[in-house]
Design a protein around this ligand. Sequence first.
Ligand SMILES: [Zn+2]
Ligand SMILES: [Zn+2]
Length: 203
Amino acid sequence: MKISEHIYRIDGTNANVYVIFSESGVVQIDSGFRGQLQRIRAFYSSLGVRPGFVLITHSHIDHIWELARVVDEYSPEVYAHPLEAQVIEGQRPMYSSSLLLGVFGRLLRPRPVKGIKGIISMNIKGLEAVETPGHTPGSTSFIYVDDGKKYIFAGDAAFEANGRLFVNRRYATDVSVAERSLDKIIHMGPGIVLPGHGNPVVV
Ligand SMILES: [Zn+2]
Ligand SMILES: [Zn+2]
């Protein structure tokens, strides 16, 4: 699905995988859950491009499962918050808000990816990283301005249902911090929030 002149959402991915055609190169946001590499690959091959960068909003498995295979295939630079990078690199278990999610996270562990770069060192033209913790400690939103409009890639710091943004309390490691981050995201507007789950919302 085309979102703007330079932004796409790869159809059928969940969590949503977004792609930005930036001046610095092709930037992918998040990496999808198990089995979604095919859709990601089909997207790139249909346009004859490959990602130069992958930015990770946070380390939950539905956002990073296919990261190892995306890296195998395209060798992009990968950026994440250091607290999330520890999970992605396999140094600590997935952040979980519940016993069930914790068990799930221990049973289903994606292949670790080493060499994750910190968001602070990110230097991609037009892209800015903003810490929006609470869903997980290192949850990060990415902002990109396209054709004068601000697009906010919020990961799971903002869930969408029925056109409304909310904190998914069930999966937040700290609900009150997450509520503050959602408020921060809404106040980044005017713009368009692109959530990890659900559809774009104008703020
Ligand atoms: Zn998610
Ligand atoms: Zn999540």
